[in-house]
Write a protein that binds this ligand. Structure first.
Ligand SMILES: Cc1cc2nc3c(=O)[nH]c(=O)nc-3n(C[C@H](O)[C@H](O)[C@H](O)COP(=O)(O)O)c2cc1C
Length: 192
């Protein structure tokens, strides 16, 4: 079981380390409870994984629907998959919305300008626009050290309490259910 825990965190670290290594865990799917109670899911780029903090982090717009949902109900479920090796990792945890500029600025500064353009739009994500081009502000965020849209940029840090691991391509299907007891991950094998 300890090896499974190692494998999970190695895969998540690799996912957050894209640019230096290829990983299918670069993009994860994050599910929240919609404001109307219906499930809501979307792709997010894994920006940081910390085994020590048992957390994963992604970037988003404070005005987005997912942030509204997380302010109402901080529970979040995340899934990542490697279809080549048949591995699925599901995470359950509590999301913290980090807006403190002292904490968000380093992540903003490390992001590529192209990825920051979305934050510069005056339109709240999801509002109707006349054409796709109309969604964007004239100035590109991050270009020449500018910080247009920085106020809309936040981090979502997810403290993970449960992990469900599945490997379909092992000699037999392997599924493990892990829970953190405050000190360490405790796992049990479960039927796939
Ligand atoms: C490959 C891919 C990666 C994405 N990464 C992010 C991300 O890291 N953060 C984010 O807010 N949206 C990301 N998106 C867009 C979201 O999936 C979603 O469309 C958007 O955030 C609005 O979601 P919401 O209305 O549920 O808040 C990504 C989309 C794709 C296709």
């Amino acid at each position: 079981m300890d090896e499974i825990v190692d494998e999970i965190w190695n895969l998540l670290h690799a996912g957050a380390n894209v640019g230096r290594e290829h990983s299918p865990f670069m993009v994860l799917q994050a599910a929240t409870v919609g404001v109307d109670g219906a499930p809501a899911v979307r792709n997010v780029v894994l920006r940081r994984a910390s085994r020590e903090d048992r957390s994963v982090t992604f970037h988003t717009d404070v005005r987005s629907q997912k942030v509204t949902e997380l302010r109402k109900d901080a529970r979040i479920s995340i899934v990542g998959s490697d279809f080549e090796s048949g591995i699925q990792i599901r995470l359950q945890g509590i999301a913290r919305i980090i807006e403190d500029p002292e904490k968000t600025k380093p992540a903003w500064n490390l992001s590529r300008p192209r990825t920051l353009i979305v934050y510069s739009t005056p339109h709240i994500p999801g509002t109707p626009v006349a054409s796709p081009e109309d969604a964007y502000a004239k100035t590109d965020a991050g270009v020449d050290g500018e910080s247009v849209g920085f106020e809309n940029f936040c981090l979502i840090d997810v403290r993970i309490s449960k992990i469900d691991y599945l490997n379909l391509y092992s000699t037999c299907h392997v599924r493990a259910s892990l829970e953190h007891d405050g000190e360490r991950w405790r796992g049990k094998w479960v039927a796939p």
